[in-house]
Design a protein around this ligand. Sequence first.
Ligand SMILES: *Cc1c(COP(=O)(O)O)cnc(C)c1O
Length: 425
Amino acid sequence: MIFKNSLEFAQSLDKQDPLNHYREQFHFPKHNGKDIIYFTGNSLGLQPKLARTYIDEILKDWETLGVEGHFEAKKPWWDYHERFSTQLSKIVGGMPEEVTVMNTLTVNLHLLMVSFYRPTTKRFKIICEEKAFPSDQYMIASQVRFHGYKPEDAIVEIKKRPGEHNFRTEDVLKTIENIGDECALLLIGGVNYYTGQVFDMEVISAAAKKQGAFVGWDLAHAVGNVELKLHDWNVDFAAWCSYKYMNSGPGSASGCFVHKKHHGLTDIPRFEGWWGHHKKERFLMAPEFVPEPDVNAWQISNAPVLSMAPYLASLQMFDAVGMDAIITKRNLIVSYLEFILNAVSDKIGADFEIITPSNPEERGTQLSVFLHGYGKKVFHYLMENGVSVDWREPNVIRLAPAPLYCNYTDMFDFGKILEKAIIKQ
Ligand SMILES: *Cc1c(COP(=O)(O)O)cnc(C)c1O
């Protein structure tokens, strides 16, 4: 498509956009009485209006039923987490019995590492990416120390080449081959939070499996954003938070995936609790643990239904739209944003650089922009003028137009504000 940097053109794209009306199903923060341009859906997605209905439903059931709500509520609380499996499994490419919702992301990764990081003297290394999301770095280092190894011996970071902004798949594969049968686990963020680069999860998973390692993916920035086929890729486990692209509210429950081949095992190391006990016998309160036959064996505590409710509400919308339609719009809206950025740069001779890969296969709905010539003033100007973006040291702003609630006019308006922000520098 030939793009134009004009309001009429942006509005015509909005008119043709089959997802345009979903915008009305979200609450937007306001600036001077107008919806802000919200580019921070990669950090906290906007609130779907339906979220309140789902929370109110639980509050009402609690009000009128008390403890009976566990079984008598409209959506009974005791198996509330099971309501996610079918729809969520389509989003991550798993089977329904491989996908559940519980805890929060870093907690789930820790719990899954109990099962899938089982170091031995020969095989004890973990491959991850350099400058991973800090929580992942802390988590991996603490797991390694917990097992009696030193992070500097056990953690192998995939590096970017000097002067390059993104990882090369060939370098990831080379590292996997070099570490070979010393690799106990490969655990990488499927979409890099800083640059928005999408890893070739299929090829990388296969290479690590070939060396006999377990494979896990942190999908915080991937779920609801890029195509995933966890089952077919033979991934052992994955986890993600729900409050970024899945719009489920601050600190809302995390999703997780455990491949079917690990289900039904009684000898797998795992931290257990009553919600992972087989549901048919859960309330017999017997002393011996009988695991659920599926991913729910990893459940520990009873479901925090109030925090799960917005996730369920949001999931209804994702299911109605479908990932194919989201990805189609994502590709167009991100390309349009890229075009606008380049148009601004050409017009005023601005010195910034998009560090996210330009290949649509290697990116989702985020563009990270390195502001070479400019300081944090540009960021502050954007924030003060109705654009929600985020700043990452040393000099990067991240722009993530979520396809469900951002429109093409936002991209055009953003270009105008950015132009002023830079001229004012
Ligand atoms: C957002 C994010 C997290 C956040 O972890 P919480 O446990 O939900 O606080 C962890 N890892 C990655 C890669 C993230 O992007």
